[in-house]
Every structure is written in structure tokens, then in C-alpha cells.
Design a protein around this ligand. Structure first.
Ligand code: NAD
Length: 531
């Protein structure tokens, strides 16, 4: 049923970087794409390329003298055209039927997998992810297409026979696409979080207008390229670029949009959530930020805990929505835990992530560096101790980019704002607690509820954590990542509370249905025609 990838599958849990074939394939891809950097790319509207009067530069956070790509500063009329094109393309895409749609989209998934190294190398230049993270992001986009296609098939296109009240009556429930969906994506998973929501919408039979982050437009464009090459008809997928305040706002206000998926910050997401449905009910899925806690109890394996926390706090430089940004550790083991964490954090190689030796790269832009520096100053001023890190690296390898050192802060009161606010930088605060109950209470005292983790060897503690924690994605004793690392069909991924609006996660079995609405069909006297 599911299509298989031809090669070794590289996911976020692929811890081993010592696969020589993988490493040299990535090195070759870096050299290949280096020659392509700086190109101008168009928007895609109704299958046609569209430029604009102005372009913006997509510069690399590794070295800001590198222009990765140039994209049009789209305008409201461009977005209006894209919505029109999507509306025109909708009836034929819907009527193609789900079997043909998933055939095309599975082909797109295979093209993405075939191009995994090239796309990943571009992603490393564009957002500064290390090679395994970039490879994982690309393959995740492909697997999202596969998994949601499998779900459509497993559910037989979501056509379900219902009961009947007489012999002559035939009734069924049919889920049908809405029409045109807008997808607004963030910078940090530029292919998976552009591709995943588009995949859900398209498989369900909708057409799409995608607006990527201006910090990372290229991988959204590449996703569209794979769709086109797989045979997705013109107008089914449209791609517009430009500022959230105009291009994003038009998507939000235009009545030609039937539904929206937004992934990004709480501030922007909540604004959209409130305004999108102002005049008429329309579905909107908002996936927002997190302030993800890890709890370390006195019974924990402290090596496992230190490793899992380090990986989740500093993987992709603290810029995963699932990043572990606060730890509550029981006082009796706090010192040992922090020592182990600091020791591991010191060993992290930070620098140009196109180089194999570097596990951490840059943060996305100067604003993120400013946030980091403000947080460090505040921590010091409020009585905290910088157990490791605290500085922005500016040596030969890093002085043209944005490279904060991985930083652990101890000694702040757990009421401090650094335990509450999402910073999205490599800075972790560690607080001491007297009990698991206190840790749970503090963990839940936040507007967010995305991911959480616990390290404990005690079954009762683990049960208590699973019962009480308010988060959409939870992990127990996970060395590979205390709070991070989800995969389509393996871990559903979505937030509770201020982290997500739908209660039905991406990557999981209830996702595709959200892009459809139910119709009950009662037919008297004859069997219903095939759906
Ligand atoms: P952001 O909110 O700054 O931007 C997200 C997208 O919204 C971008 O495409 C941006 O151009 C657009 N936008 C900005 N203003 C807009 C407006 N007024 N109208 C319409 N669109 C607008 O987020 P970011 O910095 O790109 O990403 C980081 C944030 O995303 C973090 O908060 C992170 O936790 C969150 N995130 C959440 C998830 C999740 O699954 N819950 C996944 C990844 C990232």
C-alpha cells in the first residue's frame, strides 16, 4: 500500500553521522548547490511564473554575504490572482478522485526523496540546519505526502456507509473538500511545514495557495517544483511570496479562501485565529509556539537525561517549536544533572553547518541574536548563573553569521519570565524543585502546551506525568531528545492550549479529515453511485 523509499531513511532520530556514503553525498550536494546560490525565483500562479517589481534577498544566516535566493515581493493583486487560479482549478482536482490524487502525490513524495540531498544542502544554506536535520526535514515532507495518502486509502476516501431506517433507504457519510486552502509556513521547518499542510489539503481534494516565511522561501518553492514534476495540474498548487503584513493579510481577508493552516508564533497565530472567522465560519488550524519542559526526577538515569535534554535544547540551535527550553530537576540530583549537562554542552561543535564537524549552526537572523543577548543580560542581572555559554561566537568561522553559544542558565526563580516566554534561541533555564508534583504544576503554568518530557525510572511517577501533563506530544526517558523528534505515522505532532487550535495533530491519523466537511447522503430506492 505505502510507497517505499529506495534508500536508507534519514529521520531526526538518525543519531549516527558516521555513514560515509551519506556524508560524501551531502558534501557533493553542497558543492553542487553552491553554484546555484543567488538565483532569482518566481511566484507560481495558475502554473505560470510571476515576477514582481521588487525582489527581496534570502540571505544565509551562516554568512550574510551569501545570497541564497531572491524572491518577488508579492502584492495583494498577486495573491488575488493566485486565489482565483486556485478556485478555477478546484472542481477538476476534486473530481479527479482521491485514488488518482494520491497516485500523483506519492510520485511527488518519491521525487522529493530522490532529490533529498540537493534540497537538504539548500536548506542548510537557507536556514543553517545541520546536515542530518536538513535531510530529516526533506524526508519528513516526503513522508507526510505518503502518510496522508495512506490515511486516505485506509479510510477508503472517507466514504462510510451508515444505518438505514427502511429497506428502500441508503445512507452514507461522505467527507468532501472545502475548496481553496491558504497555507502560511514558518522558517524553521521550511519544507516539512510547507509541505505537510499542503499535502493534507491537496490529498483531501482542495487546491492551495502557499505563502512561506520570507526567511526561508526557497524550500517551499522546491516543494512546488516536485509537485509540478509529479504531474499536479496548473493552479492546484500556487505559491506567493512577500511580507506577512500584505501577502499574508490578503490570504486572511480574502473571502475566496475557504480554510487556512498557519504555523508560526503565538502572536501572529492568535491574530489570524480571531480575524479569519470574523464574517463567516471557516476552518483555521493554527500550530503555534511552545515553552517545552523536561522534568528530571531523583530516580532518573542522569546520563540519559542530560543527553536527551542537551539534544532537545540545542538541536537546530533551540529553534524547533518542540525545543526543550526549561528543565525542572529534583533538588537532590540537580547538581549532578547540571554537571553532566554542562559537560555535554561544552562538547557541542558550533560553526558552519555545511561542515560535517559542526552539530550546531546559526540562529535565523539578527533579531534572534538580540533576543539571546537580552535574555543573557537579564539572567545575569536577576541573579542567574550562566553555567555554560552566554556569548555570541565571533571567530573566523562565525563572524559573518549569527552564532550564539549553547547556553544553560541556573539559579533563577522558577517564576522568572525566562521560564515562561518562548525565546526560540539556544538558551535553556534549569530550575530546582522539591517534588514531581511541583514540577508538573510549574510545567502546566503556561499558555503553551506543545511538547514535554520526563526522565524517571519509577512507574508511578511516569504514570502521574502521563496523567497530568498538559501537552500534545510527550516523551518518557528519551535519550534521542527529551521533547523533540516526531515523525509522520509515528508521533502525531500538535499543541494544546496556546500551542495549537485544532486538537488534531499533524503527522497523525486525524489530520486529513480536517481539510474536509461532512455530507450525509440519503438515497431512496437505489444503491448510491460510487464516490
Ligand atoms: P512567525 O509567526 O514570525 O511567521 C510565521 C509565518 O507567518 C511567516 O510566513 C510570516 O511571514 C507569516 N506572517 C507574519 N505576520 C503575518 C500576518 N500579519 N498575517 C499573515 N501572515 C503573517 O513565525 P516564525 O518565526 O517563522 O516561526 C517560529 C515560530 O513558529 C515559533 O513560535 C515556533 O514555536 C512556531 N512553530 C510552531 C510549530 C508547531 O507545529 N506548533 C512548528 C514550527 C514552528
Amino acid at each position: 500500500m505505502a510507497t517505499t523509499t529506495p534508500r536508507m531513511k534519514i529521520t531526526y532520530s538518525t543519531l549516527s553521522a558516521d555513514n560515509e556514503e551519506l556524508q560524501s553525498a551531502f558534501d557533493a550536494a553542497v558543492e553542487k548547490v553552491r553554484g546555484e546560490l543567488g538565483r532569482s525565483y518566481p511566484m507560481i500562479i495558475g502554473g505560470e511564473e510571476r515576477a514582481a517589481e521588487q525582489e527581496f534577498e534570502d540571505r544565509s544566516p551562516i554568512d550574510t554575504s551569501i545570497v541564497v535566493s531572491r524572491f518577488p515581493v508579492g502584492t495583494r493583486p498577486d495573491v488575488q490572482d493566485a486565489i482565483r487560479a486556485a478556485r478555477d482549478a478546484f472542481p477538476a482536482w476534486r473530481d479527479l478522485g482521491w485514488r488518482k490524487r494520491i497516485e500523483i502525490l506519492r510520485r511527488a513524495a518519491d521525487l522529493i526523496s530522490e532529490r533529498q540531498f540537493e534540497y537538504a544542502a539548500l536548506m542548510t544554506f537557507e536556514v543553517g540546519k545541520n546536515r542530518l536535520e536538513s535531510l530529516g526535514d526533506v524526508e519528513e515532507a516526503a513522508d507526510l505526502l505518503r502518510y496522508y495518502s495512506d490515511e486516505m486509502e485506509r479510510n477508503d476516501g472517507f466514504v462510510r456507509p451508515m444505518g438505514s431506517l427502511s429497506d428502500t433507504e441508503h445512507t452514507r457519510s461522505v467527507l468532501k473538500p472545502h475548496g481553496v486552502w491558504a497555507v502560511i509556513s514558518p522558517f524553521n521547518f521550511p519544507m516539512a511545514l510547507s509541505g505537510g499542510p499542503c499535502a493534507g489539503a491537496l490529498i483531501a481534494g482542495n487546491t492551495v495557495v502557499l505563502k512561506p516565511s520570507s526567511d526561508a522561501p526557497l524550500l517551499g518553492y522546491k516543494f512546488g517544483e516536485a509537485l509540478r514534476d509529479a504531474g499536479v495540474p496548473d493552479g492546484v498548487f500556487n505559491f506567493v511570496t512577500g511580507p506577512g503584513e500584505t501577502v499574508g493579510a490578503e490570504l486572511q481577508e480574502n473571502p475566496g479562501i475557504d480554510g487556512m493552516v498557519f504555523t508560526g508564533s503565538y502572536e501572529v497565530g492568535m491574530k489570524l485565529y480571531k480575524s479569519f472567522t470574523r464574517d463567516v465560519p471557516r476552518p483555521i488550524i493554527t500550530e503555534m509556539g511552545g515553552k517545552n519542559p523536561a522534568i528530571v526526577t531523583a530516580t532518573a538515569d542522569l546520563d540519559e537525561a542530560a543527553e536527551g535534554v542537551m539534544r532537545s535544547a540545542f538541536g537546530f540551535d533551540g529553534q524547533k517549536c518542540s525545543a526543550n527550553s526549561r528543565v525542572y530537576v529534583e533538588r537532590s540530583v540537580a547538581r549532578d544533572f547540571v554537571d553532566k549537562l554542562v559537560e555535554r554542552t561544552r562538547q557541542i561543535a558550533v560553526g558552519d553547518p555545511t561542515q560535517r564537524r559542526n552539530w550546531m549552526g546559526p540562529v535565523i537572523n539578527q533579531r534572534a541574536v538580540d533576543k539571546f543577548e537580552t535574555a543573557v543580560t537579564e539572567a545575569k542581572g536577576d541573579g542567574g548563573t550562566i553555567a555554560v555559554g552566554g556569548e555570541v561566537l565571533r571567530d573566523g568561522d562565525t563572524d559573518r553569521g549569527y552564532f550564539p553559544a549553547p547556553t544553560v542558565v541556573t539559579g533563577l526563580p522558577t517564576s522568572h519570565r525566562l521560564f515562561r516566554d518562548e525565546l526560540f534561541v539556544p538558551l535553556l533555564v534549569v530550575g530546582e524543585v522539591d517534588s514531581l508534583d511541583e514540577a508538573l504544576e510549574l510545567s502546566n503554568q503556561t499558555e503553551y502546551g506543545l511538547t514535554a518530557g520526563i526522565f524517571s525510572q519509577d512507574d508511578a511517577e511516569i504514570r502521574r506525568f502521563l496523567d497530568a501533563i498538559q501537552a500534545g506530544v510527550v516523551y518518557v526517558n528519551r535519550r534521542a531528545g527529551a521533547t523533540t523528534g516526531a515523525w509522520p505515522g509515528v508521533q502525531s505532532f500538535g499543541g494544546w492550549k496556546g500551542s495549537g487550535s485544532s486538537g488534531k495533530s499533524g503527522l497523525g491519523p486525524y489530520y486529513v479529515q480536517q481539510f474536509m466537511r461532512e455530507q450525509s447522503q440519503t438515497i431512496i430506492g437505489q444503491e448510491p453511485p460510487a464516490a
